[in-house]
Design a protein around this ligand. Sequence first.
Ligand code: BJW
Ligand code: ZN
Length: 260
Amino acid sequence: MGETDTQPGPVNTGFSAGLLSALGKAKSVVAFTGAGISAESGVPTFRGTDGIWKKFKPEELANINAFMKNPELVWEWYAHRKRIIAGIQPNAGHYALAKMEQTFLHFAVITQNIDNLHRRAGSHTVYELHGNIERNYCMKCGTTYSNEEVLNQTGAPHCTKCGGLIRPDVVWFGEMLPDDEWENAVRVAASADVFFSIGTSGVVYPAASIPLMAKQQGAFVVEINPEPTPLTDRVDEFLMGASGIILPALYKRFIDDQHS
Ligand code: BJW
Ligand code: ZN
C-alpha cells in the first residue's frame, strides 16, 4: 500500500506523490468498477453491510437453473431492481470518471455493474462484463425487449413472437461473460498506466482477475473502497472511503496540479 500525505480515516482525500506523478505521466487510464460506485446513487450493493444478498441468496436468484425453476420469483427481483435503477441518477463518482475520459489520451471504464449509470453520466468507452439491466431478450428466438415492454406484462414476461420466456440480458453464475466485452477489458487492463479498482469486493471471477492482470503488466493500481478487500494488500495505493467523494477530489487535485 502506498503512503498518503494526510491522516488515514474513513474518508481519505489525501493523495500520494506517487499516485499524482503516475497520473501526470499516464497515457492510458482504466477504471474497473463494482456495485459500490453506484451505492451513493441508491443502488444496493450485493455484499457487505447494505448488501442485497442478505435478503436473497445469489444461488436462488442469479443462475439459470433458479430462473427456469421459478421465473416469476427471479422476475419479481429484477422488476424491483429495474424500477429502482430507472428512478435514480449517476453520482459524483460516475461524473468524475466521465470527466477523466475527456482528460486522458486513452481512458476506459470496465464495469461489473448492469445499471448503465456510467453511460448516463457521459462515459463513452464502457465495457460491461455482466450485461445491462435495460436490455432483455427471448431465450427461444433472441428477440430483444425494452424494460417498458417487459414490465407491462404480469409475472414472467413471454415473447410476443414465439411465446418463449424472456430473460434480462445479464450474466448469471455459471454463465460465460460476453466475449467482446471480456477481450476489450483484458486488452485495456493490460495496457493501463494507472488502473483504478473502485467499489468492488473482488470476489466474483473472472472479473476479479482484471486488476491483477493490470498489476502484472506494470500498471500503478489504486483501490477505492470504504473497506479493505482481498485486493487491498496487492495494490500500490488504497484510498479508503466513498468513491463519490474520493474520485471528484482526486480529479480536482490532478487538474489543479496540471495548471500550477
Ligand atoms: C463502496 C461504497 C462507496 C460500498 N464507494 N465503494 C466456485 C464455485 C462455483 C462457481 C465458482 C467458483 N469459483 C469461481 C466460480 C465462478 C463464479 C464465481 O466467481 N463465484 C464466486 C462468487 C465463488 N463466476 C461465474 O460464474 C462467472 N462466470 C464464469 O466463471 O464463467 C465460466 C464458467 C462457465 C460455466 C461454468 C463455470 C464457470 C459469472 C459471474 C456472474 C456474476 N453475476 C452477478 C449478477 C449480475 C446480474 C445482476 O446484477 O443481477 O454480478 S453476481 C454480482 O456480483 C454481480 C456483480 O457484478 C458481482 C460483483 O459484485 P461487486 O460489484 O463486487 O459488488 P459487492 O456488493 O460484492 O461489493 C461492493 C463493494 O463496494 C464492497 O467492497 C463495499 O465495501 C464497496 N462500497 N459503498 C466505494 N460508496
Ligand atoms: Zn421469441
